[in-house]
Design a protein around this ligand. Structure first.
Ligand code: HEM
Length: 136
């Protein structure tokens, strides 16, 4: 459960826009992650992550109003989320968190969530081609 007031205390909509902008600035130049986003523009992906995070942290429910239940693991299944991809995602989000002005407690709460969520999204152990299929 997210504590009442968390969303406003960390800076509301503007804070989540700042966070996600800082995150995608890094994704945009990452050789592993950028190709996972086939659209020319990252604006759609930015919107989806911003709206999801706002909803998760107690803000408006626009994400589910427009996209339905998040089902994040299912929505990531088309993409190979390797341990390497998880590390990159988490590194960029950790860096992006520094663009917000958070109390040490709020910072720890958000980082802890991102660590757990990123770990939960891993869906393949292979960082290259799938050797298991080749052996079978
Ligand atoms: C661990 C590494 C991760 C990778 C490589 C990854 C990659 C991606 C990619 C390629 C997309 C599709 C882009 C789009 O059209 O939106 C996506 C969507 C999304 N990701 Fe991740 N992601 C990761 C972790 C996470 C985590 C930890 C969260 C949440 C805390 C998250 C939240 C989302 C959301 C909300 C969407 C949009 C879902 C939708 O409504 O379609 N992702 N991700």
């Amino acid at each position: 459960m997210i504590e009442d007031g968390f969303y406003d205390r960390v800076g509301g909509h503007a804070a989540f826009v700042t966070l996600v902008d800082a995150f995608y600035e890094r994704v945009a130049v990452d050789p592993v992650m950028r190709p996972m986003y086939p659209e020319d523009s990252l604006e759609g992906a930015k919107w989806r992550l911003t709206a999801f995070l706002e909803q998760y942290w107690g803000g408006p429910t626009t994400y589910s109003d427009e996209r339905g239940h998040p089902r994040l693991r299912m929505r990531h299944s088309p993409f190979p989320v390797t341990f390497d991809a998880r590390d990159r995602w988490l590194r960029y989000m950790t860096e992006a968190l520094d663009s917000l002005t958070l109390s040490p407690m709020d910072h720890a709460t958000m980082l802890d969530y991102f660590e757990r969520a990123a770990a939960a999204m891993v869906n393949t152990g292979d960082d290259t081609s799938d050797t298991r299929t080749r052996l079978m």
